[in-house]
Design a protein around this ligand. Structure first.
Ligand code: 1HN
Length: 358
């Protein structure tokens, strides 16, 4: 038998001590200190792209297999491969593809996670939000903020598919999820058509007789017609952002701030042949390709995209965008958790030291 060295004796004494501590629900900080206080964020989420060509048939298949009478929401969740076991597309954001077939409704409910729909395929159909029936055409953005009643319906002859965006991973982490079904399947329509659009969607003009007090946008509907017109007007004349091209934020018209206290939504146009510089920020982002083709380089990885694909950029990962066409624009819709980080003084941004990734 060989005698234990002083080092070995110390190790086994420490191990025994650490084991004893477990009985008190206590652990030594010094063994995990470097894991807790990293020099900079290292997201477990990975850059990833979900292909529309692959997923559209799977959404249609879901519609054959299960009805909206059985599934509260028929959504294909876009789950980040780096976040196994979580309902999350990035650490704090969720996205999914929802399908509603002709004649179907998705019953009314409300929840504390905030949500929006960005419409991909539809001939119409609607979401009713707190009594207002909002139309859903491709490119439209419809908000269903924290605790607003919402149900969806397809009164057209063709399937509707849209991108759902929610802050549910964040709200879950905060243990603040509440959910309530509406007493009936469909909520009554009590508001005139386009009521929030007429009140709050008139550009620089807003009602002077009242000030909405909610922390989210009082405007529930951002029609594609207006979004597209704004991009078209600006693209030929604007300088744009070095990182995002001609990028516009969907704002809360009463504050000029983000649409939700937890999520900001943007639309950006990359002009023909445009490629952006690379930067990174602590906010994570999910992108949907409205039109065009190209690629984004995320953490050195090339994500090639075409119309209707979805991809994610985890927080603090360098990213840049390339329009792959020399003649056509590329248009990306995106959402981030920047408002949360901003509110907590945790939003940091850094340009890539070389301008772009090799
Ligand atoms: C939800 O309630 C909807 O209301 C969509 O349409 C997607 C994803 C996770 C949890 C709840 C909806 C959802 C969701």
């Amino acid at each position: 038998m060989t005698a234990s060295s002083p080092g070995e004796v110390k190790q086994s004494t420490l191990s025994a001590y650490y084991e004893d501590l477990q009985a008190y629900s206590v652990a030594p900080l010094w063994t995990v200190y470097e894991d807790a206080l990293v020099s900079e964020p290292q997201s477990k989420a990975v850059p990833y792209l979900w292909s529309w060509k692959e997923l559209r048939p799977q959404a249609l298949r879901a519609a054959q297999l299960i009805g909206t009478d059985e599934a509260e929401r028929r959504v294909l969740m876009l789950l980040n491969p780096g976040l196994k076991g979580r309902v999350a597309t990035t650490n704090s954001l969720f996205s999914g593809l929802q399908i509603v077939m002709p004649g179907e409704t998705a019953r009314a409910h409300r929840h504390t996670p905030a949500a929006f729909r960005f419409i991909i395929d539809s001939d119409g159909g609607y979401t009713t939000v707190d009594g207002e029936r909002i139309p859903m055409h491709p490119g439209d953005l419809v908000l269903t903020p924290n605790w607003t009643w919402h149900d969806h319906g397809n009164d057209t002859g063709n399937p509707m598919i849209w991108l759902d965006g929610l802050d549910i991973p964040l709200v879950q982490q905060l243990e603040a999820v509440f959910f309530e079904p509406f007493p009936e399947d469909v909520q009554p329509v009590t508001e005139p058509a386009d009521s929030t659009l007429f009140k709050y969607g008139a550009g620089a003009l807003k009602p002077a007789w009242e000030t909405p007090t909610s922390t989210h946008s009082p405007l529930m509907y951002y029609p594609w017609k207006q979004t597209w017109a704004a991009l078209q007007r600006l693209a030929p004349v604007a300088e744009g952002s070095p990182y995002d091209g001609v990028v516009l934020e969907y704002t809360n018209p009463t504050t000029g701030g983000p649409a939700f206290p937890t999520m900001a939504c943007h639309i950006q146009l990359l002009r023909p042949g445009e490629s952006t510089k690379a930067h990174r920020h602590t906010a994570s982002a999910i992108y949907h390709v409205v039109e065009g083709q190209g690629c984004s380089v995320v953490n050195g990885e090339r994500l090639g995209w075409e119309a209707k694909d979805v991809f994610c950029v985890p927080g603090w990962t360098f990213h840049e965008h390339v329009n792959g066409s020399a003649t056509e624009p590329a248009v990306l819709f995106s959402f981030t958790d920047a408002p949360v980080l901003q509110a907590l003084s945790l939003l940091r941004e850094q340009p890539h030291p070389q301008g772009s990734q090799a």
